[in-house]
Design a protein around this ligand. Structure first.
Ligand SMILES: Cc1ncc(COP(=O)(O)O)c(C=O)c1O
Length: 357
C-alpha cells in the first residue's frame, strides 16, 4: 500500500475564499494569484474553483502554460514579465498579459512590433525596490506602450513591501507615491496583495491581487485564516507507524535534541523534511493524533517525526496524524519553524500525494 502522507485539498474552500475576497474588496476586480503551483496547493486541483476570478496571475511562463493546458481561457498576467529572448512569442501564443517593469522590456516590445495582448500592466516601484520603474520612466514607458500597434490599455501596478505590518505608514507612503506618479495617466490601478486587501481598503482601487487568502491562510503570522472568515484549503496528514516506550533520561532523535523528562510513550509518524515538513520545527510544535494534541519531541528527520503521545491514551499504529489544517492553523505551525505559512504550504514535496475533496 502507498505511504499515507497526504495533502488533502478542500476545493470548495478555494471557492469560498474567493467569495470572501470579493466581500472584502466589493468594488474591485480580483486577480487570483496561482503561482508556485497555487502556493503548493496544486494548480490542477484549485483552478476549477477559481473560474469566477476576473483573471489569474503567475510568475513564470511554465506556470502560464500549465493554466492553458488545463483548459482555462481566463486572462493570465505574467507578474515578472519577459525574461529571456523568445519569451514574447511564447507569451503571444498563450495570449498572456505582460507586466512591464523595466525599460528593456519596452524596447523588446517595440522591436517585436506589438504586444501579445491589447492590455499591458506597467509596474511602478513605489518603495519596495524589487521590480518596477520610477515615476519619470513610467510616464515615458506609458506613452511608448500606448503607441504600440494593437495596445489599447496600459494598467498601472505597484507592490507593497510591508502591507502586513501593524504600522501603516510605509504602505500609506507607497500608496501616496503611486497615486502621485499615476495621476493623469489612463489605465486601471492595481496595488493590493492579501495583507492590503485586509488592512488597507483605500488601496483596493480597480483590481486587487489575492494570493494567500485564496488558500485560506492569513498573511499575518499572528492571525489565522479562520479568524478572518476564510477556510483553510490544505490539511497535511500522515499516520503513526510505531509507538515505543522511552525511559526517563533517554534522548530522542538525531543529535539527541530532546531528553525525556520522565518515562514516555513516543509515537513515530511518517512525515519529515523530505515531504516538506520543516526540519527547523522546535520541540513542542503541536501535532494532532486523533483527538489529542501531541507535541513534537526531537528533531524532524527526512521521513519521520517523533511525538509525545504519553497523554493520549488509546492511540495506536495507523492512527491519523494531522500536521496542519482546520483547527491546527498552518500560521501557528510556521512560527515554530521561524518562518511564514506561505513557505510551509509552498514547500510540500512531490513525495506527498494530493487528494481533492
Ligand atoms: C507582485 C505580487 N502581487 C501579488 C502577490 C500576492 O501576494 P499575497 O499572497 O500576499 O496575496 C504576490 C505574491 O508574492 C506578488 O509577488
Amino acid at each position: 500500500m502507498a505511504r499515507n502522507t497526504l495533502a488533502r485539498i478542500d476545493v470548495d474552500a478555494v471557492a469560498h475564499n474567493l467569495a470572501r475576497v470579493r466581500q472584502l474588496a466589493p468594488n474591485s476586480r480580483v486577480m487570483a494569484v496561482v503561482k508556485a503551483d497555487a502556493y503548493g496547493h496544486r494548480l490542477d486541483l484549485c483552478l476549477p474553483a477559481l473560474a469566477a476570478a476576473d483573471m489569474l496571475a503567475v510568475a513564470t511562463l511554465e506556470e502560464a502554460r500549465a493554466i492553458r493546458r488545463l483548459g482555462s481561457n481566463l486572462p493570465v498576467l505574467l507578474l515578472e514579465g519577459l525574461i529571456h529572448d523568445g519569451d514574447l512569442s511564447v507569451a503571444a501564443d498563450l495570449g498572456l498579459e505582460l507586466t512591464i517593469h523595466h525599460p528593456a522590456q519596452v524596447r523588446a516590445l517595440e522591436q517585436f512590433g506589438t504586444a501579445p495582448t491589447p492590455r499591458l500592466w506597467l509596474k511602478l516601484d513605489t518603495g519596495m525596490h524589487r521590480l518596477g520603474m520610477d515615476a519619470a520612466s513610467a510616464r515615458q514607458a506609458h506613452r511608448q506602450l500606448l503607441a504600440l500597434p494593437g495596445v489599447h490599455q496600459v494598467n498601472l501596478v505597484t507592490h507593497f513591501a510591508s502591507a502586513d505590518a501593524e504600522e501603516p505608514t510605509a504602505t500609506r507612503e507607497q500608496m501616496h507615491r503611486f497615486r502621485e506618479a499615476t495621476s493623469g495617466l489612463t489605465g486601471e490601478l492595481c496595488m493590493a496583495n492579501s495583507a492590503a486587501i485586509l488592512g488597507h481598503p483605500d488601496s483596493h482601487a480597480d483590481w486587487v491581487r489575492a494570493g494567500i487568502l485564496l488558500y485560506g491562510v492569513s498573511p499575518h503570522p499572528d492571525r489565522t485564516g479562520e479568524s478572518l472568515g476564510l477556510k483553510p484549503v490544505m490539511t497535511l496528514t500522515t499516520e503513526l507507524i510505531a509507538i515505543n516506550e522511552v525511559s526517563r533520561g533517554e534522548r530522542i532523535g538525531y543529535g539527541g535534541r530532546f531528553t525525556a523528562p520522565a518515562d514516555m510513550r513516543i509515537g513515530v509518524a511518517g512525515i519529515g523534511y523530505g515531504d516538506g515538513y520543516p526540519r527547523s520545527l522546535a520541540d513542542g510544535t503541536p501535532v494532532r493524533v486523533g483527538d489529542y494534541r501531541c507535541p513534537l519531541v526531537g528533531r524532524v528527520s527526512m521521513d519521520m517525526i517523533t511525538l509525545d503521545v504519553s497523554a493520549a491514551p488509546g492511540v495506536k499504529i495507523g492512527d491519523r496524524v494531522v500536521l496542519w489544517g482546520p483547527g491546527l492553523p498552518v500560521e501557528h505551525i510556521a512560527r515554530y519553524a521561524d518562518t511564514i505559512a506561505y513557505e510551509l504550504v509552498c514547500r510540500i514535496t512531490r513525495r506527498v500525494r494530493y487528494r481533492a475533496f
